[in-house]
Design a protein around this ligand. Sequence first.
Ligand code: ZN
Length: 480
Amino acid sequence: MTTYETIIGLEVHTELQTDSKIFCSCSTRFGQQPNTQCCPVCLGLPGALPVLNRQVAELALRLCLATDCSITPVTRFDRKNYFYPDLPKAYQISQLHEPIGRNGQLCLKDFPERVVRIHEIHMEEDAGKLTHDPWSDQSLVDYNRCGVPLLEIVSEPDLRSAEEALDYLATLRKLLMFLGVSDCRMEQGSLRADVNVSVRKTGTQALGTRTEMKNMNSFKAIGRAIIHESQRQIDLLNEGGMILQETRRWDENKEMSFAMRSKENAQDYRYFPDPDLPPVKLDKAWIDRVRQNMPERPEQKQSRYQHEWRLSAYEAEQLTDEPFLASLLEQTIACGANPADVSSWILGEWLQACRSGNCDASDLSVQPESLAKLLEMIRNNVITRTTARSVFTYMLDHQIDPESYVREHGLAMVNDLDDLKQMVASVLEASEQSVKDYLAGKEKAKTYLIGQVMRKSRGKANPAHVNKLVEELLEQHRQP
Ligand SMILES: [Zn+2]
């Protein structure tokens, strides 16, 4: 039987984290009232002239440098002409001839042998947003997104499976977030991918005809669409059919893709250099400045956490999963907390609170300074971890100083041996069966008894003392 190889290339669009749009000073803030963030420039009114937002070029440069692209010394903008109601100018300002970066690369995390070549990175503007209202049978248009800066990152067809494609996307997404280029909120459309898929007989070199699925914004949908599309092409070829170069739409609910239109070529868009925008000279001084101000990349942070703070590889990886966690870790340590304590608290209690509250890590409002104080109290045996947990839960909803809170509510750890001894004695007296069990050799009974003492003290008893006292008093129960 003939076997096939799947070939995948991705064109990723990411919205940049700038305050204003690419060619005007309108705000880029998401979720505002429709058509409140536009001006003559982004609406394409006659006579309005675009001016490049310098920050867009700087963020693009950051990504180019981080992906080892060669930077185009003089980069230019071109007009891509087409009509669509979400594009009031009837052309999109993009880059065809001289994109800002070319010939880069990205290494995958789970497929270390696979280096994905980046064909080019270019800057462009986003279009508006159309919403079709099925009730009134009308289409509504919101121009707020018109002119929001985008980077398009075009890979070579170097990916060979859905898993590799998702690894590439996850790696790129993390890089974009840590570089401060984009917040990559897929649910808000700030990271979307066009997926090109073709198949060829295993062992052959020539690329097969490819199809494209546009504007996909969930990892799950992208993974499924790739698997489905490659199988559709293989089935078609096995039946003696032919693949047509076309754009297909993936329907996530039906788990099927549908032909939309035959694929257009660059010529169809009548690209030409935008006469309103001067070429942008990217001189060495500018590039050097961007290089010097490059934020630390996730893998650099990871290795620093391991070497400087002695965190395990697992911890370092988890803490660099998103910029918020890394910054929380760094800031809390900067407030004087012990790195191991902070790491264990973030990966334990902090993420647990997010899971129970069904929210993002960055939604919790506890400040690094307060977290540092709380952790120092555990370290200095002022409170137990159990107490710290309940103080932390309170801190999620209240702005408090944890130290005064502990003082005012009498939550300090009980260290007094006489008090603890009394507590242990009364627990043993009330738990005759467990004492017998322990004396009969059941070690578990001791754990239970310790738990009872901790409970009686409402989590405040010094656990080390309790442990020792329970052992001592149990021994006294043995028959001589
Ligand atoms: Zn505007």
